[in-house]
Design a protein around this ligand. Sequence first.
Ligand SMILES: Cc1c2[nH]c(c1CCC(=O)O)Cc1[nH]c(c(CCC(=O)O)c1C)Cc1[nH]c(c(CCC(=O)O)c1C)Cc1[nH]c(c(C)c1CCC(=O)O)C2
Length: 370
Amino acid sequence: MSAAQSIDRSQFAPLKNDLILRAARGEVVERPPCWIMRQAGRYLPEYHDVKGKRDFFETCRDAEVAAEITIQPVRRYKGLIDAAIIFSDILVIPQAMGMKVELIDGKGPHFPEPLRTPSDLQKVLDYEVDVLKELDWAFKAITLTRKNLNGEVPLFGFCGGPWTLLVYMSEGGGSRLFRYAKEWINLYPELSHKLLQKITDVAVEFLAQQVVAGAQILQVFESWGGELSSVDFDEFSLPYLKNIVERVPKRLIELGITEHVPMTVFSKGSWYALDKLCNSGFDTVSLDWSWDPKEAVKINNGRVVLQGNLDPGVIYGSDEIITKKVQYMIENFNGSKKNYIINFGHGTHPFMDTEKIRFFLKECHRLGSN
Ligand SMILES: Cc1c2[nH]c(c1CCC(=O)O)Cc1[nH]c(c(CCC(=O)O)c1C)Cc1[nH]c(c(CCC(=O)O)c1C)Cc1[nH]c(c(C)c1CCC(=O)O)C2
């Protein structure tokens, strides 16, 4: 087991806005909290100013810079955003597991040596991961960000879902056909399970240590969930997501943290799995835009808090259309003034207009307060 981090919690100011934590606990709240996936990053000119020509992962690894970029949207949209999410990436787990990952400008993530054969995989299975050592920079960035946030809003920690990370580790980057990931689960299912379990073990420790470092709420991004058939989701994704949500609170208790830290799962495209995800142990289930809120609320039947799910593409629309779509979303998710957190159904795009996003957030506040 990893050694303990020693964090001086007195450097953290008391929270001024705990709306999202109350909503995630299922309490009735004055308005649904809002934040946006990928709210930090390329659509913000101040992100480019700070990042300059630095490499993406170098940016994440510099605590001062990562903290600044994390806080940028909270500062720009002051009073309109109810959570920050640490500026990092889901691919830092494969890095901690000994794999090289680069981010190529305009092309996205690239693994020079993806997992293609059982012997490639064996190397990863044999690699002993010391989460505290390998991801030490991530914890430092979280602690500094929490301090610099000065209690403004709670800070999300996050990680990738095991299946999604298997996809990146085997495909070597983004994919359309998922040939290699599908080869793994269909040609070598037992080895695939070993890899998924190993990723899960690292994810549990990583999430728990993010909380020790200062994260107040957690999200697991299973961004490629929808690429699995329903039956394969039950075998290659869901058990590992459940394992994560079961073990993180236990690990937190071992690490001396007894308060409940809300956990969210976002499995993009897994429409067939909503009922199961509502029983999986996560406090919050984040939905992509394929869901009609009415249908999702019916299936959920009050079991979890739902998060989502505006099509980010709506931001390209007129103010009238944004208002209309936000209104439909809020009315249909938030009928009971609880069990709802506003978000997009996926992340922001790099070319979005910052003022349109402000308009969206203002409308969420106005319509959510009715
Ligand atoms: C699949 C995935 C990744 N990373 C992530 C996911 C899950 C969410 C999702 O489904 O989108 C998660 C992620 N990536 C990033 C964050 C930071 C915090 C935030 O949301 O504001 C988070 C939460 C920053 C980032 N991660 C990345 C960037 C772009 C870096 C740059 O070019 O400046 C940012 C801001 C790079 C990255 N990282 C990844 C891809 C596919 C890419 C490149 C593609 C793209 O451009 O969107 C993998």
